[in-house]
Design a binder for this molecule. Structure first.
Ligand SMILES: [Fe+2]
Length: 408
C-alpha cells in the first residue's frame, strides 16, 4: 500500500477499548521453533477516524457522547475559517453547543495552565472535551477531561494521588505529527517551580474518539515538523525495542517507522505535501498506540529533565539523543535494528544521523553549555523514570553519564 507515495485513504477503526486481552497463540511463520506468544493486553481508543477532511465529523462524534462540548484548541486554529470554526460548525449541525477555552497554553503545559482549563470546563458545564492541537494542547484537554469529576487539586494527582472517578469523554484531534498524545493514557505536565516534568496516568484517559485529519497538519511550520517528526521516530523505535513490546505493538511500531522514515524529510521540505503529511500523521498515531502499551526507553528517560531545565523542545532533544542511545542499545536490539535497516536501505543508526542532519538538527547539546555538575543532576533526575526502566539494555548511572558525555 502506498509504495508510490499515494495518499492513504480515509478509514475508520472501531474497537471496544481493549484488544487482544489475554491473547494466546503461536507464531506459524517460524515452524522450526514454534513458541507460544506470551500474554499481553493492548489498550486503544474506542474509535479512530483517519483521513483528509475528517475534521468535520467532530460534531457528530461529540453529539454521540454529550450535549455541550468544551474545545481546547491551539490559538493558531482560531482564525476565521480555521479548524476551530469547522469543529464548532459541525457541533452546531449535530445539534450540540460548544464553548472554546479562551486561554490555552502556548508552550508545554504546566500545572497552572491545566488547572485553568479544568476550572473553565467545569464553569461552562460541558460534558465532552475536544482537544485540537499538538501534544501540549491534547495533554491539557486530556487532563481536564480525565479529572473533570475529581475534587482534589491537580497538583495532588501530579504528585501521585490515584484518580478515583472516571472523567468525561475526550475527543483528540492532533494537528502535529509527533507526540502521539492523541493515543496515550498519560498527560505529560510540568511544575516549573520544582523543575519536574512527569505524567498523570490513568487508562481511562484514553480518547474515546481520535479524529486524525492530515489537512490539519499542513500549516505546521518546518521547524516543528522536523522536531516533532523525530519525536515520532524516536517513539516508534523505542517502543519497537522496549522491554514491554508485544507482537501487536511491534507491528504498529514497525509500520510507524516505515511511514516516518519515508515521509519526514518530504514533509519538512514541502509542508503542503499532503501525501507526506498523511504518512506522518498516521505514523505518529501508530507510534502513539505502540508506546502507550509497550512504553519507551532511555531517550525519553533523559528527555524530561533536559526539557524542563534548558527549555529545549521535546522533539529536538529526542532527535539529538536518538542515535547515541541506539548505539548504546545496539548489541541487545540487533535483530530489530536489522529489520529497521532493511526499511531504511542502509544501517539504521547511520540513517538516523543522516536524517537528523538533513533536518538541520544539531548532533549534540553543546550550545546549552551543560556543566558536569548539571550532567549529574540530569542523571539523578532520569534514574527513577518509568521509560528508562523499559530500555532494552539496563541503563545505570554510569551509562547515562557516558551517553551524555558524548553530547555536552
Ligand atoms: Fe516523545
Amino acid at each position: 500500500m502506498n509504495r508510490k507515495g499515494m495518499r492513504l485513504c480515509n478509514f475508520s477503526l472501531v474497537e471496544n477499548g481493549t484488544l487482544g486481552q489475554n491473547l494466546r497463540g503461536v507464531d506459524l511463520a517460524d515452524k522450526g521453533k514454534i513458541k507460544m506468544i506470551e500474554r499481553f493486553t493492548l489498550l486503544t481508543s474506542g474509535k479512530i477516524i483517519f483521513g483528509a477532511g475528517t475534521a468535520d465529523s467532530a460534531g457528530a462524534e461529540a453529539a454521540a457522547l454529550g450535549r455541550r462540548a468544551f474545545i481546547v484548541a491551539d490559538r493558531h486554529f482560531r482564525e476565521a475559517g480555521g479548524a476551530v470554526e469547522i469543529v464548532r460548525h459541525s457541533c452546531a449541525q449535530a445539534g450540540i453547543e460548544s464553548v472554546v477555552f479562551d486561554s490555552p497554553p502556548t508552550g508545554e503545559p504546566d500545572l497552572d495552565a491545566v488547572e485553568r482549563a479544568r476550572q473553565a470546563q467545569r464553569s461552562a458545564q460541558c460534558d465532552v472535551v475536544i482537544g485540537l492541537g499538538g501534544g501540549s494542547i491534547l495533554d491539557t484537554a486530556k487532563a481536564a477531561a480525565g479529572l473533570a469529576r475529581e475534587a482534589g487539586p491537580l497538583r495532588e494527582y501530579f504528585d501521585g494521588r490515584a484518580v478515583g472517578a472516571a472523567g468525561i469523554p475526550f475527543i483528540a484531534m492532533p494537528t502535529t505529527a509527533g507526540s502521539g498524545a492523541e493515543a496515550t493514557v498519560n498527560a505529560v505536565l510540568s511544575d516549573p517551580s520544582r523543575q519536574i516534568k512527569q505524567s498523570i496516568r490513568d487508562n481511562r484517559f484514553l480518547a474515546r474518539v481520535i479524529i486524525a485529519d492530515p489537512r490539519l497538519t499542513l500549516s505546521c511550520p518546518p521547524r516543528t515538523t522536523a522536531d516533532s517528526g523525530m519525536d515520532a521516530l524516536a517513539q516508534a523505535i523505542e517502543s519497537f525495542t522496549s522491554l514491554g513490546a508485544n507482537p501487536m505493538t511491534d507491528a504498529l511500531a514497525f509500520e510507524a517507522a516505515r511511514l516516518i522514515l519515508r515521509s519526514l524529510l518530504p514533509a519538512y521540505r514541502d509542508g503542503q505535501n499532503l501525501d507526506a503529511r498523511s504518512d506522518m500523521l498516521l505514523g505518529s498515531l501508530m507510534a502513539g498506540i505502540a508506546l502507550t502499551n509497550a512504553r519507551l526507553g532511555a531517550i525519553h528517560g533523559l528527555a524530561h529533565p533536559l526539557g524542563i531545565r534548558w527549555h529545549i523542545p521535546h522533539g529536538r532533544i529526542c532527535a539529538i539523543l536518538l542515535a547515541p542511545v541506539m548505539r548504546f542499545n545496539e548489541n541487545v536490539a540487533k535483530a530489530k535494528y536489522v529489520r529497521l535497516s532493511e526499511l531504511a536501505g542502509e544501517e539504521i543508526i547511520t540513517h538516523v544521523e543522516r536524517l537528523r542532519d538533513a533536518l538541520d538538527i544539531p548532533a549534540d547539546l553543546k550550545e546549552y553549555r551543560i556543566t558536569s555538575e548539571e550532567v549529574e543532576w540530569i542523571v539523578k533526575e532520569s534514574l527513577p523514570s518509568g521509560s528508562l526502566k523499559m530500555n532494552p539494555r539496563p541503563a545505570r548511572a554510569e551509562d547515562l553519564r557516558e551517553i551524555l558525555a558524548s553530547l555536552v
